[in-house]
Design a protein around this ligand. Structure first.
Ligand code: ATP
Ligand code: LTN
Length: 332
């Protein structure tokens, strides 16, 4: 049995990018009987840019939990839990922070981008990748399915695992990222040079998973394309159209070549109309399940069970780490 770990930050309603780049993949992976999944709501990560309003944060945590299940994660196959409820995440994050160097954290692209956007630069934003390394190493994860933007953080996690093992002896597994060849970087609808992101200031840039068919249609309709009128997959020269083709292919589980051929002689308006329809068809049943789950006590039962299972492994691991380092007293 191999462990697989991943998380999403509860920083807003999840986008189609989060769904296609991450959650849809978790759902496929959970059906592999050789894998044990640990999927969590990364709430400690959600306070690294700034502290959201308390009630809003609570609601976003619950909303993400409901989405995971509505998108098809099953509690029999996946341990679903809230990061802050397993205190060892913060503990191992701190150890990883001590093991890392400021220089390597300063080089992280996501840190540089987020720092450039805000006025303040919280220390937590800089040390975020060390918390993420702790999240992964705590469970001896062999695989970490993520979108393309997290590749650099995974490389750091691997470096930190190796650094710790060399210094203190074999404690951590060195994890491998799983990054899908298609759909790992869904682009913003208003700027196809940027990734679609739930915390983008412009709501037209993303589709969130609670949007109505009319909202979806309008956003897809106004997605930035180009003026040559030819439908062709060419991410370099036609990033807008290529992004729409990728979304179509990943939503419908089709090869990009097939989608390209399907729309070869069609207009941009026809492609956009069909895309809005397939997105709506994919999202509507998820929304129906979400609405059933969001206020249900069943959600709490699953989160309690996930917390219990995760805590068991996490406590065992942190004990081993403290023991190797020589923290506290030697426990018998
Ligand atoms: P934020 O805007 O708060 O930074 P985000 O929308 O970028 O959030 P995360 O919570 O950072 O999303 O990411 C959760 C998962 O979704 C990660 O595995 C990430 O790589 C993936 N992901 C995020 N955005 C995209 C995207 N545009 N395309 C594909 N995968 C994505
Ligand atoms: N940093 C990730 C979210 C995240 C994560 C993790 C993903 C936090 N901890 C551990 C995989 C494994 C992001 O998408 N922003």
């Amino acid at each position: 049995m191999k462990n697989l770990v991943s998380g999403i930050q509860p920083t807003g309603i999840i986008t189609l990018g989060n769904y296609l780049g991450a959650i849809k993949n978790f759902k496929l992976l959970q059906d592999n009987p050789d894998l044990k999944l640990f999927i969590f709501i990364a709430d400690l990560h959600a306070i690294t840019v700034s502290f959201p309003e308390k009630e809003k944060l609570r609601q976003q945590i619950r909303s993400l939990a409901a989405f995971y299940l509505a998108c098809g994660l099953e509690s029999e196959k996946t341990n679903l839990f809230i990061q802050s409820e397993v205190k060892e995440h913060a503990e191992l994050g701190y150890i990883m922070q001590c093991l890392s160097h400021v220089g390597e954290l300063n080089r992280m692209t996501q840190y540089k981008e987020k720092k450039a956007k805000g006025e303040a630069s919280p220390t937590g934003l800089l040390t975020y990748p060390t918390l993420m390394a702790g999240d992964i190493l705590l469970y001896d994860a062999e695989f970490v399915p993520v979108g393309d933007d997290q590749k650099q953080h995974l490389e750091l996690t691997r470096d930190l695992a190796i650094r710790f093992n060399n210094r203190f002896g074999e404690v951590f597994k060195v994890p491998e990222p799983i990054i899908k060849p298609l759909g790992a970087r869904i682009k913003s609808l208003t700027n196809p040079d940027k990734k679609m992101s739930k915390s983008d200031d412009n709501p037209k840039s993303y589709i969130n998973m609670l949007e109505t068919p009319a909202q979806i249609r309008n956003k897809i309709k106004s997605a930035v394309t180009d003026s040559d009128g030819v439908i062709r997959f060419d991410p370099e020269n036609k990033p807008g159209i290529s992004n729409l083709l990728i979304i179509y292919a990943t939503v419908t589980n089709t090869e990009i070549k097939t989608v390209e051929a399907q729309f070869k002689d069609k207009s941009y308006a026809e492609l956009k109309e069909s895309l809005a329809q397939v997105i709506t068809a994919e999202i509507e049943p998820i929304q129906a399940r979400y609405n059933e789950l969001i206020n249900s006590p069943y959600l709490d039962e699953i989160l309690n069970k996930g917390k219990e299972n995760a805590s068991f492994l996490a406590a065992r691991k942190i004990k081993k780490v403290y023991d190797k380092i020589g923290l506290g007293r030697k426990l018998k």
